[in-house]
Design a protein around this ligand. Structure first.
Ligand code: 13P
Length: 254
């Protein structure tokens, strides 16, 4: 199908300046020339520039974990898309479940941020995912489908190519309870069918859908082998160089 795998590390609110630089340096040394997998590092906003210095000139891309949708203004504590570009970001995670859960981000705000990211040439990684309750009551497909449709309102077909979707079941995030490859594939196939209904089959086939939730070096290969799993959005394991390297290498085509 020709979709190149895309592995992104979401460092969340972790690292210090020193450990962020150290981690970026190790990853640049080991992964900086990997050709067959796309890789992005998403450190905390205050370390973006320091990480950029370590990965500049390598194949590692830089992403932010969140952004405001306005260019500038009286929004105390927020970081704008223009600022992220100024700090060399090419990617930004939007609508992570932790943003939705702890910071009240709803589908409408997520959509605004995606539109803003795209208009500044930032590639959004758009997160969707169901809670354990929703899964157990059989609502997974409905929940993720609704999140995806809302997220992409107003996204034009020619912009969709810049979008990555990340399926992150909330019950698998930071819990060590990874979705089985079959569970992930089922939801990914559904998300692709939603994309097909919105944009047609040709376009939906080129959009990458990452899986996120307790991905580690030793479970990555099984998940990444699924036909509709095009990469991973990695939390905890992205903070350990050897784990993240193993995950990336699991994504290299045989
Ligand atoms: P973990 O890999 O720590 O489960 O986190 C997943 C995640 O939320 C990535 O965005």
């Amino acid at each position: 199908m020709g979709r190149r795998k895309f592995i992104a590390g979401n460092w969340k609110m972790n690292t210090s300046r020193e450990s962020a630089v150290q981690l970026a340096r190790q990853l640049a040394a080991h992964l900086g020339r990997v050709e067959d997998v796309d890789i992005a590092l998403c450190p905390p906003a205050c370390y973006l520039l320091a990480v950029h210095e370590e990965i500049a000139g390598t194949r590692l891309a830089l992403g932010a974990q969140n952004m405001h949708h306005e260019k500038s203004g009286a929004f105390t504590g927020e970081v704008s898309p223009v600022m992220l570009c100024d700090c060399h970001c090419t990617h930004v995670i939007i609508g992570h479940s932790e943003r939705r859960q702890f910071f009240g981000e709803d589908d409408e705000l997520v959509n605004r941020k995606i539109i803003a990211a795209l208009s500044h040439n930032l590639n959004p990684i758009v997160c969707v995912g169901e809670s354990l309750d929703q899964r157990e009551s059989g609502k997974t497909m409905e929940v993720v489908g609704t999140q995806l449709r809302h997220a992409l309102v107003g996204v034009r077909p020619e912009q969709l190519r810049d979008v990555t979707i990340a399926y992150e079941p909330i019950w698998a995030i930071g819990t060590g309870r990874v979705a089985s490859p079959e569970q992930a594939e089922q939801v990914h196939a559904h998300l692709r069918s939603v994309l097909t209904s919105m944009y047609g089959a040709d376009l939906s086939m080129v959009i990458r859908i990452q899986y996120g939730g307790s991905v580690k070096g030793d479970n990555a290969a099984g998940i990444l082998a699924q036909p509709n799993v095009d990469g991973a959005l990695v939390g905890g394991a992205s903070l350990k160089a050897e784990e993240f390297i193993a995950i990336v290498l699991a994504g290299v085509p045989a």
